[in-house]
Design a protein around this ligand. Structure first.
Ligand code: 13P
Ligand code: SF4
Length: 367
């Protein structure tokens, strides 16, 4: 039986009491000591220090798939944001515990669609159209929302399989309801030939989502009014600046960027797509990249001086919640495992997990 951690627990000391060197040394030692019991998974947006301790890195889909490879580990320490850790918990075995080193590491995009708001939107749109609407939730969503989708036999998708999932779902139903990221939905569907006017945006806080009966009836895809505040910051103006100053540079962006940015860029894809594309490019290629800054800086250092990589934006595009997973909290997570203390365990209610898993499995079957 694990002792729960409380703020007054002696094993937690303040981050300021530790030098960086001591923290990193301590992680190194405990990771080695606990290597049979713990696996550390890290998303590409984590800081270099966290990445250096990861057993596995990946985009959202890869990390979700990697969970099953570590069924022998008692603990999964997930260095990413909460929806990723919740997904890992649902995909892990009942004997495994998932730790998110900082429970405040949320995703502002995931928080833009609550399951209550989506359920009431669902009722609203079904007043106007037959029930042949397929719900698709981006993996950047709460487990409650994934459970809602599972109950309707819909799909989860990620940035790396959205086209496959959407293509498949469009064969099953006349219409899609896609949430929470309007940009991923719009960018992917437009690539498949769906015109913009067939993809109206549903605003959860407006009556009837701010849409007329005609708009809903004539839609092919209803997009939720959600966006990632990090990727929303990239603009066509920045693309034009790069084209002017560095005309040979390739512009590579994440599909969470706004439609006009993706259209003006050379390519869009998931974080792993961006990494692989730059890895495989010819020597001398130059890239302006529209995604989170930790990843862009890591790619710039990795390829210097044979390829040039820099951010599309002159501003710091940091995902501040990913950045909450600092080495100190990774150290505390390992320390809790070693001392048999309960610390930042992720839990998902059983029925929610059961229905959310249905939506995740529907995705895995197609990708
Ligand atoms: P990827 O699945 O492409 O890694 O994206 C996750 C994410 O949160 C991007 O903002
Ligand atoms: Fe969420 Fe955006 Fe951060 Fe990705 S970059 S985790 S979508 S807030």
């Amino acid at each position: 039986m694990l002792t729960p951690y409380t703020d007054s627990s002696p094993f937690i000391s303040s981050e300021n009491d530790w030098s960086e060197e001591k923290i990193l040394d301590s992680i190194r030692q405990m990771k080695e000591e606990l290597r049979q019991r713990v696996v550390i998974l890290a998303h590409h947006y984590q800081s270099d220090q966290i990445i250096s301790f990861a057993d596995e890195t990946g985009d959202s889909l890869e990390l979700a798939k990697k969970v099953s490879r570590y069924a022998d580990r008692e603990y999964i320490i997930f260095c990413g944001v909460r929806f990723m850790a919740e997904t890992a918990k649902m995909l892990a075995g009942p004997h495994q515990k998932v730790i998110l080193p900082d429970l405040e590491a949320l995703c502002s995009l995931a928080d833009m669609a609550t399951s209550n708001d989506v359920e009431s939107a669902w009722e609203t749109i079904l007043q106007f159209i037959p029930p042949t609407v397929i719900p698709i939730t981006y993996i950047n969503s709460s487990s409650d929302l994934k459970a809602f989708v599972g109950r309707k036999n819909g799909y989860v998708c990620t940035s790396s399989n959205a086209d496959k999932i959407i293509r498949h779902a469009l064969q099953e139903g006349e219409r899609l309801f896609f949430f929470p990221d309007q940009h991923l939905g719009r960018n992917t569907c437009y690539q498949m030939g769906i015109p913009l006017e067939k993809m109206p945006v549903y605003h959860p806080h407006l009556p009837s989502g701010g849409l007329s009966e005609k708009q809903i009836k004539e839609s092919r895809v209803l997009l939720w009014h959600g966006y990632c505040s990090v990727h929303q910051g990239f603009s066509v103006q920045q693309v034009k600046q790069v084209r002017k100053k560095d005309p040979d540079a390739k512009i590579l962006v994440h599909p969470e960027c706004p439609f006009d940015v993706v259209e003006a860029s050379d390519m869009a894809g998931s974080t792993s797509f961006i990494i692989n594309h730059i890895d495989q490019a010819a020597l001398g290629t130059r890239f302006a990249v529209g995604t989170e800054i930790n990843l862009v800086n890591r790619l710039a250092i990795k390829h210097f001086p044979v390829k040039t990589v820099y951010s599309l934006s002159p501003f710091q595009c940091l995902c501040t919640t990913m950045y909450r997973i600092r080495p100190f909290w990774l150290m505390k997570s390992l320390e809790a495992v070693r001392e048999e203390k309960e610390f930042n365990h992720i839990t998902v209610p059983e029925e929610t997990a059961r229905m959310a898993l249905k939506a995740l499995e529907n995705m895995f079957r197609q990708s």
